[in-house]
Design a protein around this ligand. Structure first.
Ligand SMILES: *Cc1c(COP(=O)(O)O)cnc(C)c1O
Length: 442
């Protein structure tokens, strides 16, 4: 009997045949678990990376699963989470207000089937988002009616199309505001079919200036809070109370979303005060000082809010179920992180920072604590400085920290990287320290 050579146990000549197949790798229990968590495309990409390492002879075929696991993204698809160590509480580029864990939980629940537009007692259709609307009404008793749209700009746009299409909006020359990324409030209003009538001057505007600009075509008088700049010196303006005496509706865009006066920010306008003074309507953002999700809040007289709610454009600006859930949870739930950051006592902040600096110094790092000035940022309380402090480390760590996992964003000032913990939840301090040590190779 002729002997047959059995070559199945020998390494194949073609190195490519040593690379474990995609099907085999995806069937691995650990990788298939990752597939369920992160999605198949993300795991396939990691598998491809691992296969390339085997092909290049950098790892053996037996290490492919391990390499694929190492190549997996740390979190599901979407924006990269960032530790905000800038000291800017509402950082526009970091998504403004972070939500409270309670609001995040409410959003997760809203991802399934919910009673967003159904009354479970009667089994009939109910007002969409009535929980969030009721919470907003209760938070501002001075408002007869409330409505919620996509963002602050949408709230203003809905006011303009409902109350001033083809008509005049009176706006003080000191309140022609560019909000950001080149978008300007007067241009937004004109794009809604309204005409702007400029009133007064940049620094001084009187009641008589508004009275002179009034006419049969006046839709409303608008006050816009200069939320991202200050004008100081020889200035004067007119409040909503005096303007209300002129007759036409008075719309006040307070911007930041403070619902009631806040002793921490005495110069920041709030909805309750404006309404009590006589404003017909107040518009605001949900994701600034309110500390909630991106949303536009409309609060005021029922005669103004109801037509806006029923305007055809309202449907194009309506918010999704996640926004309604997060807004309700923000209004009824625990203090949102924005408030915690704003009122964080300096001694507590200094103690936290010192602990990190001492740990870093003990590991041989050039680290110390310096005074820092935090700001509200993001269209709220311009010019207000929050006395703060920062962990100062070598400036060259800025990039590795920014691009690391987790990402940490600080401020580089005169060659030093300053990390202000005011907007970092205390339970993340160790995480930030570990990232700093890693970036410094300690
Ligand atoms: C931020 C802001 C806006 C725009 O609000 P968004 O929610 O960003 O659309 C409008 N007016 C004022 C005064 C603001 O501060």
């Amino acid at each position: 009997m002729a002997r047959v050579a059995d070559r199945t146990q020998e390494p194949p000549a073609d190195i490519r045949r040593q690379v474990p197949s995609t099907t085999v790798l995806l069937a691995d229990p650990l990788l298939s678990e990752a597939s369920a968590r992160l999605g198949r495309p993300a795991v396939k990409a990691a598998v491809a990376t691992a296969q390339q390492l085997v092909r290049d002879g950098r790892i053996g075929p037996g290490d492919a699963v391990h390499a694929a696991l190492a190549a997996l993204p740390a979190h599901p698809a979407g924006p990269t989470p960032v530790h905000n160590a800038t000291g800017v509480v509402l950082h526009t580029n970091l998504g403004r207000a972070p939500l409270s864990p309670t609001a995040l939980e409410a959003m997760a629940a809203a991802g399934g089937y919910t009673d967003v537009e159904l009354d479970l007692t009667t089994g009939k259709r109910a007002r969409r988002g009535r929980g969030a609307l009721a919470a907003l009404r209760e938070a501002v008793p001075a408002a007869e009616a409330v409505h919620v749209v996509n963002n602050g700009a949408a709230a203003l746009a809905l006011a303009a199309v409902t109350l001033a299409a083809g008509r005049d909006i009176l706006l003080g020359r000191g309140e022609f505001v560019e909000i950001g990324d080149g978008f300007r409030i007067p241009e937004l209003l004109v794009s809604c079919g309204a005409r702007i009538r400029e009133v007064g001057t940049t620094n001084r505007t009187r009641l008589g200036d508004y009275a002179d600009a009034l006419g049969p075509d006046t839709g409303f008088i608008l006050k816009v809070h200069p939320s991202n700049f200050t004008v100081s010196g020889f200035t004067s303006g007119v409040g909503p109370g005096e303007l209300a005496s002129l007759g036409p509706p008075v719309v006040v865009d307070i911007g930041s979303g403070l619902l009631a006066p806040d002793p921490l920010l005495p110069d920041e306008p709030d909805a309750a005060t404006a309404l009590r003074a006589g404003a017909t309507l107040v518009t605001a953002s949900g994701d600034k000082l309110l500390g909630g999700p991106q949303a536009g809040l409309l609060l005021g007289r029922a005669a103004a809010v109801e037509p806006m709610r029923r305007h055809p454009m309202a449907r194009a600006l309506r918010v999704d179920k996640f926004t309604l859930a997060a807004l309700e949870a923000t209004l009824r739930g625990p203090e949102p992180p924005v408030r915690t950051a704003l009122r964080m006592p300096l001694p507590q902040l200094r103690a936290r920072t010192l602990r990190l600096a001492e740990d870093a110094a003990r590991r041989g790092m050039d680290a110390h604590v310096v005074p820092h000035e935090a700001v509200v940022g993001g269209g709220g309380a311009p010019g207000t400085v929050l006395p703060s402090c920062a962990l100062s480390v070598p400036g060259h760590l800025a990039r590795p920290l920014r691009t690391g996992e987790p990402a940490v964003l600080g401020r580089v000032v005169r060659g030093r990287l300053l990390l202000d913990l005011r907007c970092v939840p205390e339970e993340h301090d160790e995480d930030v320290l570990a990232a700093v040590l890693r970036a410094a190779g300690r």
